[in-house]
Design a protein around this ligand. Structure first.
Ligand SMILES: [Zn+2]
Length: 270
């Protein structure tokens, strides 16, 4: 039995459905814990071959996820939504999306929710350090394994020592399914190109498929040597299992479109 990640959307984990199968997988609103804008506590562990900048981390204004709350449950749907405590961020993003912010109880406190009407967001990503995957598993005593797939990230006594995870993501997934290994938590820090002054936002995902794409995206981001204009999308994945069962679920995807500077109209070549 593996432990789901507190504070991270399970929306992209199969088996699921959405409009594509006529069924909607549900996950609870309580999955969106820890959204609070606390820049000092946000994930700062880069992969070992990247340098972590020493400047003070910029505060996160809110968390993006995808899906829509219906009857108190978050349904996996191809629309982005922002959860934030910041009225300024909520109003700014709502204005960009052409919608109104809604008050939404999240884990016992009222937050502001802004739901887009589209599956894609045009975002700016500062660099490869803004997209990181950590691997975590928990047991009854708490965090049992915390690594980047190669070395431990915590506790301090084990940090930077080999963690024993397989190098192939497919093998890591197989171990996690058997309850013998950690699961990925990918964190993306982004800005909206339509409103870069609204600040920094976060998207976290426990999707294996998303995690599998991270290294390639990081390479593309590094090649641009500066902020990149990217498309953050929710995509439906549909396939038939070996026993004939039709499966459909949503997964996040990032496409790097090119360099970005504030003031660059989204979607235009520079
Ligand atoms: Zn590990």
């Amino acid at each position: 039995m593996h432990h789901l990640t507190p504070g991270v959307s399970q929306a992209a984990l199969p088996p699921v459905g959405r409009e594509c199968s006529g069924r909607q997988r549900r996950h609870t609103v309580s999955a969106h814990d820890h959204y609070r804008s606390n820049g000092a506590r946000r994930q700062r562990h880069a992969l070992p071959h990247t340098r972590t900048e020493s400047r003070t981390p910029e505060a996160v204004e809110g968390d993006f996820d995808f899906g829509r709350v219906i009857d108190g449950k978050l349904h996996s749907q191809p629309v982005w939504r922002l959860i934030t405590a910041s009225a300024r961020a909520a109003e700014g993003v709502a204005s960009l999306f052409g919608v109104e912010p809604q008050r939404r109880p999240v884990n016992g406190s009222e937050q502001l929710e802004v739901v887009s009407q589209e599956a894609g967001l045009q975002v700016a990503i500062d660099g490869p350090e803004s997209l990181t995957t950590q691997m975590k598993s928990w047991d009854s005593r708490g965090l049992a394994h915390h690594c980047d797939g190669r070395v431990f990230l915590s506790p301090a006594s084990r940090a930077r020592r080999s963690c024993g995870c397989p190098s192939l993501m497919e093998e890591r997934k197989a171990r996690a399914r058997l309850g013998h290994g950690p699961q990925p938590i990918t964190t993306l820090l982004l800005r909206l190109t339509g409103g870069p002054d609204l600040g920094l936002f976060r998207f976290r995902s426990s999707s294996w498929r998303f995690a599998e794409t991270v290294e390639e995206i990081r390479t593309q981001l590094a090649d641009l040597r500066g902020p990149s204009l990217c498309d953050l999308a929710v995509e439906a994945v549909e396939f038939t299992t070996s026993n004939g069962r039709s499966v459909c679920y949503q997964k996040p995807a990032v496409r790097v479109l090119g360099p970005w500077t504030p003031g660059t109209p989204a979607g235009l070549d520079t």
